[in-house]
Design a protein around this ligand. Structure first.
Ligand code: ADP
Ligand code: MG
Length: 334
């Protein structure tokens, strides 16, 4: 279920207080709306109300523009065209989409294939909307899984085409698209007239920049997974992205076991063992993709990967409410 009351209310409370600015007469405005099928919160701190709203509207337009390109549901999108032509022929796409696929493949390489946008061949098997009543047949899982392989996403830089080499392959940007959109909306808003700061929060994938309405700067509260409504601690997130992937929004349950909406490309089955992953780094797109990757890699390998990467931190909550963090994560406790 893609609930409008997103995960941030359920587990990771991301609370950014936007109060009227003192002294400087800046305006802080915020809009909550549904974009890309998710709850977005866009905040702008600007010279005045008019400029703040102009920035918010520009941010919204940018997210909608991106959604039109990367949506796998919209049959008119370039992504749908790539999928329809799987096994048939390469499809020439906008440079922007080509570059996104290029970066997605880079993350696949980095994560040893844990992250793979061609996971989407499993769409035919797993439905995380409450309609599944039993485990799918293993042969069906195996047949769809055989189509997952990021190395069969063929890119041609000369005419920026994308070709899915095998029939039945499919790509989807569910694990990177919101992060990319948040990056882009931020970039557009930041460069507008009279802007001082802001936040783009794509249902738990968020990025902040510049001046906050709060004298402490932008901070994000981390909810305690063990106790509903209790805050575990907080993180300063000035000019930072913080992204949480969780299994509490979309999942299926069989025999009391919960399966998250993230697929392990090695098995074709949803991942188990981790409840949520939070990544902190300067880039929402990378954070989004890595949060999903850590889910697949699991606690041990996921931490190893993050600890190897400079400037990237993470916090993992396991199924048994164990909390583990990367070496340099500085969570502040009250
Ligand atoms: P959230 O919806 O919690 O923000 P993520 O950012 O982790 O979740 O993205 C989950 C989505 O990513 C899934 O719904 C699916 O569209 C896609 N996905 C699932 N498994 C993988 C995978 N192994 N690699 C890349 N994308 C995936
Ligand atoms: Mg993700």
């Amino acid at each position: 279920m893609n609930s409008f009351f997103s995960k941030i209310w359920v587990l990771f409370v991301v609370a950014i207080a936007v109060q009227p600015m003192y002294g400087q007469h800046l305006s802080a405005q915020k809009k909550v709306l549904k974009l890309m099928g998710s709850r977005f919160e866009i905040t702008a701190v600007a010279d005045n109300d008019t400029l703040a709203w102009a920035a918010i509207n520009a941010g919204i337009a940018e997210v909608q523009r991106i959604e039109n390109i990367i949506s796998s549901w919209d049959p008119k999108s370039q992504t749908s065209k790539i999928n329809r032509m799987a096994g048939l022929r390469p499809v020439a796409v906008d440079r922007e989409l080509y570059d996104l696929v290029f970066r997605a493949k880079k993350i696949s390489r980095l994560t040893g294939g844990a992250f793979d946008i061609s996971f989407a061949s499993m769409d035919r098997i797993w439905h995380f909307d409450g309609t599944m009543t039993e485990m799918p047949a293993p042969e069906k899982v195996a047949a769809a899984r055989a189509k997952i392989n990021w190395q069969n996403i063929i890119l041609d830089p000369a005419d920026h085409t994308v070709f899915l080499k095998e029939k039945g392959m499919k790509i989807g940007f569910g694990a990177i698209g919101k992060g990319y959109a948040a990056n882009r909306a931020k970039a557009i808003m930041q460069n507008m007239k009279g802007m001082h700061g802001g936040v783009v929060n794509a249902s738990g994938d968020l990025i902040t920049w510049g001046k906050s309405a709060d004298p402490n700067g932008w901070t994000v509260k981390i909810a305690d997974p063990k106790e509903k409504g209790k805050v575990l601690g907080w993180l300063p997130v000035q000019d930072m992205a913080i992204v949480t992937s969780g299994d509490y929004e979309r999942f299926v349950e069989f025999g009391g076991k919960r399966y998250a909406h993230i697929i392990d490309p090695r098995t074709g089955y949803p991942t188990t063992g981790i409840k949520s992953v939070t990544i902190v780094c300067p880039d929402t797109e990378l954070a989004d993709a890595l949060a999903t990757s850590v889910f697949v890699l699991g606690k041990k390998q996921g931490l190893e990967l993050v600890n190897k990467m400079k400037g990237i931190e993470c916090l993992i909550v396991t199924d048994d409410n164990d909390i583990v963090t990367s070496e340099n994560l500085k969570l502040n406790y009250y």
